[in-house]
Ligand binder design. Structure first.
Ligand SMILES: Cc1ncc(COP(=O)(O)O)c(C=O)c1O
Length: 310
């Protein structure tokens, strides 16, 4: 069952969640994602999960260090998720953590871990096939939405890519610990770039900025732009070698579930598919002059529409 997201911070919309929980009994667990490092309405979502007796999975893969009402993201709910994978706030190449106070969930995950395949050449090869296949299908789906259904078998075909065991676990754990010590500095730098983007881009008429959230740990600087302008903006930035992405597309068209009661249109997520743009704010891949240069290029590309409150 897909739940819609809020239009100003792109995280799970509790009103939509409530609507789903009242009309279907099919939900076993709710996965709330602190997308882009934004802070979801955790208290309300937790209360709803308790009221309807469903598990809560607090996926903080993009928001380590984030806080909601004084409590860390990943610390809400029955299970918390962290990622230390490629491009995450703490990036050691691979790996993640599952956090829980529930001993039966802990034991289940521990046993499952023993059964996972080790990463090997075959998995690495599968990864390059995955990228090619993903972007080919994405292009086809952008030309004809019905072809989005080609994504349906991906989780089955590429299962081994999503979850495997590391061959170099101890070294990676040491790397993670070093990075955790450095987390306040990493987040400070990220927030600084996030604030600069927000401040510099607010003058553009065609751009809608994300809501500021207390306690956020920004992963990307993400904003909305009118659909008609997004392609030229993104192509213009890429032509100047500036990293930019249009993630995340709505998953709803890719998994056309049609059981009665299960399908409530995710209108906001479906619109965001065509409007989101995200810029890099990690100190490993960008720096102050690069951020300022990116803002200058955006001003240039959106000219003459930007001079609203200069
Ligand atoms: C929200 C979210 N959850 C989970 C994951 C999975 O993390 P990993 O790549 O470490 O498997 C990601 C990674 O992109 C993510 O963004």
């Amino acid at each position: 069952v897909f739940c819609d997201v809020s239009e100003d911070d792109y995280t799970l919309d509790p009103n939509h969640l409530e609507k789903i929980l009242t009309i279907t009994n099919d939900v076993i667990a709710v996965v709330v994602v602190s997308c882009f490092g934004h802070v979801p309405a955790m208290q309300r979502i937790t209360d709803l999960c308790k009221e309807y007796n469903v598990y809560l999975i607090d996926d903080a893969a993009q928001s380590i260090g984030g806080i909601c009402n004084g409590k860390p993201l990943s610390g809400w709910g029955d299970v918390g998720i962290l990622s230390f994978g490629h491009s995450k706030i703490i990036d050691v190449g691979y790996g993640g953590a599952i956090l829980t106070d529930d001993t039966s969930i802990y034991q289940y995950c521990k046993d499952l871990n023993e059964t996972l395949p080790l990463i090997d050449e075959r998995v690495l090869k599968l990864r390059s096939i995955y990228s090619k296949t993903y972007y080919t299908v994405e292009k086809l789906a952008s030309e004809n939405e019905e072809l989005s259904a080609l994504f349906w078998p991906f989780p089955q075909i590429f299962k081994e890519l999503y979850i495997f065991r590391d061959t170099d676990l101890n070294r990676r754990i040491d790397d993670i610990i070093d990075n955790i010590d450095n987390l306040p500095a990493i987040l400070g730098e990220r927030k600084r770039y996030w604030d600069i983007y927000r401040d510099r881009l607010k003058k553009h008429r065609s751009i809608k900025l994300p809501r500021m959230c207390d306690g956020m740990s920004p992963w990307r600087f993400t904003f909305r732009i009118q659909k008609t302008k997004r392609t030229s903006l993104v192509e213009g930035l890429r032509a100047r070698n500036i990293d930019v992405s249009t993630w995340y597309p709505s998953l709803q068209p890719r998994y056309p579930v049609s059981e009665p009661g299960n399908f409530i249109n995710c209108g906001v997520a479906n619109t965001l598919s065509y409007e989101l743009v995200n810029l890099w704010i990690d100190p490993l891949n960008t720096n102050l002059s690069r951020v300022l240069y990116t803002c200058d290029i955006i001003d240039e590309l959106l000219h003459p529409n930007y001079l609203i409150n200069k």
